[in-house]
Design a protein around this ligand. Sequence first.
Ligand SMILES: *Cc1c(COP(=O)(O)O)cnc(C)c1O
Length: 482
Amino acid sequence: MNIRLSTGKEIPIEMHKVRIVQKASLVPVEKRLKAIEEGGYNTFSLKSKDIFIDMLTDSGTNAMSDNQLAAMMVSDDAYAGSESFYKLARAIEDVLGFRYVLPTHQGRAAEHLLAKVFIKKPGDIIPMNYHFTTTKAHIELFGGQVLEIYEDEALNTQSKHPFKGNLNIQKLKDAITKYGTGRIPFVRMEATTNLLGGQPFSMQNLKQVKQICSEHNIPLVLDGSLVPENAYFIKLREEGYKNKTIKEIIKEFMSFIDLFYLSARKSSCVKGAFIATNNEDLYERIKPWLPVYEGFLTYGGMSSKEIEAMAVGLREMTDINVAGSVPEQVKYFVEGVIENGIPVVTPPGGLACHIDAMMFLPHIPQSQYPAGALAAAIYIVSGVRSMERGTISMDRDKDGNEVYSDLELARLAVPRRVYTMSHIEYVVDRIQWLYRHRDLIKGLKFVEEPPVLRFFFGKLEPIDNWGTKLGEAFKKEFGVQY
Ligand SMILES: *Cc1c(COP(=O)(O)O)cnc(C)c1O
């Protein structure tokens, strides 16, 4: 929720109290430099003890509520028929309206099952508003191809468009004409589009997508990992939704969806995931594979404690102060960075502040990974961990050629209810300092490059040893202890 101060300034106010805390530490710049060098200039290789503010991801890093923690105390560990599962199933039916539930240990496990069951032959096409890394990997491992059909505005990082996550309707019609329904096992929408900067789609757009899917008998799948945030944006930005509750908006989404999945590591603040549907046939096709890859139907690879907390988290995410907490903090973050002319994705999205690395570092070509360089540089000058979302996050094609990403972003994710306003102020300040010294940053090159999802374990090195020079400049201004 936002509160207007007597000065007229609006600030996002935390609608929760912090009653359990974890100690944070800020190691000096020398140590940070050593840590990033040892980690091959890849922020995934950093150790938590060397990180001050961890904005790598909002996946599994969110603060649970007191009620979620309490629910974990009373879980039922039965291998089959666990009461904890039935509590989750009731929450899913109440919040989302789906009768059939297939729990999985993580969002990508749900994606694995969907790809395995629905992609029937090489060359199958999955149209979507935008890809996510793990989604694309699973679809391609089963021989399918991702077809991204977003609006032109989606790739404009300096935009005012309220729904950059919309799927382009004409392009969907064209794709169906071109490939035929036989080659399109399902259409996928993602709420919100993670890699475009947490950008939402509108209800109007979802309705149109569903209409076309229905006309051609193609199932519509929703990746709802950040569905409350998408609903929050609809309430704020779409005509006719101002007076609807988050719960009502979420329910309306689901009326258009044949198959739903989410990673509960995001908006419901626990470690797990599930697939849900009202279509018995789709459910029966996936069900036999669940015990093969995940676990029995009533736990799906999750601990019963997490299942209990998920049931509570699902209900809580429909609270406007929960759904809106990250969008409002992100908005404050983005506005602070923009004030200083720093290129950042707008409008502010649902999970992170995304810095446009191609604009921040125009002197670094995409072949030298500007977003990866920026993420490493941010860590060196602040102890803040961000994630590269650019060409390093794309794998090479079958012939070994680089696939250049549409956008080169350094993503600073805002975990739910974990960091405070002064943390955000600090991050904004260090990014401003970095922007004034951006000429010191140069590119990266691979020294170890894994064949799949290379961004996780890849090792790189800085061209011309720029990390050390940046560290020296920082020390000159702030001294060695920061
Ligand atoms: C995080 C995420 C996934 C993958 O979920 P995990 O639980 O991390 O495996 C899939 N889709 C979207 C949109 C996500 O944000």
